[in-house]
Design a protein around this ligand. Structure first.
Ligand code: SF4
Length: 251
């Protein structure tokens, strides 16, 4: 394993991840059993999502996979998508933003308005709208979110009703099978099972989003410190997971 990668991601004590893998497999199994192909899909963007693909493949669970191609991703991320596609023989649907929406925003505000106006507007056009269009076709989706990713995710449940994208007529279920994993767990799994990862991680990038909104972080910085670093921690969501989501058990 790359030394920098080890230093960046294995600061915490590693623990036996077999129980976490079994738990994740159970959540994925529940999702696949309850929601047939075509009504359930995994949103793929980072290291965690490859773990979900890996566990699903090892246990014969079929997952449809999509990813948001915002038009501002690093070339390394595109190459990584291709590596994953080939490694698992996994179809990955790429969702693009509405070109008219992008054109209007860029014409009015330029290519870097998020540095002065905040990231919400650009994320809405490039991420939230295409995601909403996709989720409107599904009954449930799967994410690689974890509780320890930041102050906005500490109460994350493994299964929730998604209040951001549910409508009055249609309740959308959101599965977060890695909710209880830590960053160290993720990298222990990747190392143990030789899971492909984005080469940007070898250059100090931990949480990877769009190129202009992601920077490398130091060994003692929180992983989300590299995302929208000019904004407050409470604002570090792109709208995909921003609103409070109520665990089904509490409803
Ligand atoms: S992360 Fe940055 S570039 Fe990407 S959609 Fe959000 S504001 Fe735009």
């Amino acid at each position: 394993m790359n030394t920098e990668l080890a230093q960046t991601h294995l600061n915490d004590d590693t623990r036996d991840i077999r129980a976490l893998i079994a738990e994740t497999q159970a959540v994925l199994g529940e999702a696949v059993c309850e929601f047939p192909s075509g009504s359930l899909a995994l949103s793929f963007s980072g290291a965690e999502d490859v773990i979900l693909i890996d566990i699903a493949h090892r246990h014969g669970l079929h997952l449809d996979v999509f990813s948001l191609d915002t038009g501002r991703l690093h070339p390394e991320t595109h190459e990584f998508l291709e590596v994953v596609r080939k490694h698992y023989d996994q179809a990955i649907e790429l969702l693009s933003p509405n070109p008219i929406g992008v054109q209007e925003m860029v014409k009015a505000k330029g290519l870097f308005s998020f540095y002065t106006d905040g990231h919400s507007e650009c994320c809405k056009v490039r991420k939230v709208q295409p995601l909403r269009q996709k989720l409107d076709t599904l009954a449930a989706w799967v994410t690689g979110q974890r509780q320890d990713q930041g102050v906005t995710r500490t109460a994350l449940a493994q299964r929730q009703t998604d209040e951001v994208f549910s409508t009055e007529k249609r309740q959308l279920v959101k599965f977060n099978p890695l909710a209880h994993w830590t960053s160290a767990d993720v990298w222990q799994y990747i190392r143990t099972y030789q899971v492909p990862y984005n080469p940007l991680h070898n250059r100090g990038f931990v949480s990877i989003g769009c190129q202009p909104c992601t920077r490398a972080t130091g060994p003692y910085e929180h992983e989300r410190a590299g995302r929208w670093w000019w904004e407050q921690a409470e604002n570090k969501e792109c709208g995909l997971h921003a609103k409070r989501i109520i665990p089904l058990a509490q409803r």
